[in-house]
Ligand binder design. Structure first.
Ligand SMILES: Cc1cc2nc3c(=O)[nH]c(=O)nc-3n(C[C@H](O)[C@H](O)[C@H](O)COP(=O)(O)O)c2cc1C
Length: 312
């Protein structure tokens, strides 16, 4: 898998599901991921966990991201993931959420290099697929270079670096200089991540750090155009913002994919967050949101979207 110059859609738990990934691919995201998926859940054959592995051909190149710590369980989960035929398998080494680190998963593996090695080698040695790792700079201190070199020695194909330590959650800015230092000190490709909210940010990260590719997370929320905008900007120095009409047409398409044309009632509610992200700044949004937040009537939501379009 050649990742040079590629723009990745970040894994965002509860958000970057198959419908959203398809929308982002249509606006030229190059690579997509599942959200983090529990290796323990796969090991136990949990139905709920398996649902998170769903993807379509349109989302390729597509990686399934797993998290865990026990080498035997990770190895078993890797084989199960491999049988689903993604393009690569990613190991989550960055999640700072309490529930995850309390169990020794995610970013807490960055605290103990011996455990880190055992976990990552168990994945790499269990599959013929490329394995990547998504890291933060460290758990409570920045030892990103050392961590990246360890991962390189474990046989990882590429790494994605979110330029914050886990302890800082989303405080402070993503440290692009630390990402640059990692890039300088490993031979495997490095994807830079953290705080890209515009094509200008993307160009700056690329130029300042020399990374091989970049990853966009929160900047894509309600804004899947960002991938095309970045590409246009890198090529021509210019990009266009979507009109309200285009935003509404895309949101309708997103609803259609997420609810199977209104048939899957359970996902209508989970689209509420996207509704407000796409339509941020629209006059009277509060009123529209109140209606959408209470209804499961697909055609009513479509009517409201048409009304917003008409009212400008
Ligand atoms: C709501 C939310 C969910 C996330 N879920 C995941 C996840 O499942 N796996 C992962 O590796 N990172 C996850 N992240 C981290 C993002 O992938 C990304 O590294 C981080 O948001 C920084 O990039 P950004 O500034 O472009 O958003 C999540 C972040 C947020 C805000």
């Amino acid at each position: 898998m050649d990742i040079t110059g590629k723009i990745f859609l970040a894994p965002l738990a509860g958000i970057t599901d198959s419908p959203f990934r398809i929308i982002c691919k249509r606006f030229l995201a190059d690579v997509t991921y599942s959200e983090l998926i529990s290796a323990d859940g796969l090991y136990r054959n949990s139905k709920k966990t398996y649902l998170l592995t769903y993807f379509t051909e349109e989302e390729r190149p597509f990686g399934i991201q797993i998290f865990g710590k026990d080498p035997e369980i990770l190895s078993n989960a890797t084989l199960k993931v491999q049988s689903l035929n993604p393009d690569f398998i990613d190991v989550n080494l960055g999640c700072p959420v309490k529930k995850v680190i309390r169990q020794g998963y995610g970013s807490s593996l960055l605290k103990n290099f011996a455990n880190l090695k055992d976990a990552v080698i168990s994945v790499v040695s269990s599959t013929r697929l490329p394995v990547s790792c998504k890291i933060r700079l460290g758990f409570n201190v920045d030892n990103g270079i050392k961590i990246s070199q360890i991962l390189q020695d474990c046989g990882v194909s590429f790494i994605t670096v979110h330029g914050r330590i886990a302890l800082n959650l989303f405080k402070k800015k993503s440290d692009w200089n630390s990402i640059k230092m990692i890039k300088k000190n490993v031979n495997i490709p490095v994807i830079g991540n953290g705080d890209i909210f515009s094509p200008e940010d993307a160009e700056r990260l690329w130029n300042e750090s020399g990374v091989d590719g970049i990853m966009v997370g929160r900047g894509s929320l309600g804004n899947p155009w960002i991938f095309k905008q970045i590409k246009d900007y890198m090529k021509t120095g210019k990009y266009e913002n979507p009109s309200l009409e285009e935003k509404i047409d895309t949101l309708k398409e997103h609803y259609k994919l997420a609810t199977d044309d209104g048939k899957k009632l359970e996902t209508i509610f989970s689209m509420r967050k996207h509704f407000q992200w796409y339509l941020k700044g629209v006059k009277g949004l509060k009123k529209y949101k109140e209606i959408v937040n209470l209804t499961r009537d697909y055609s009513k939501i479509m009517e409201i979207l048409d009304l917003i379009k008409k009212n400008g």
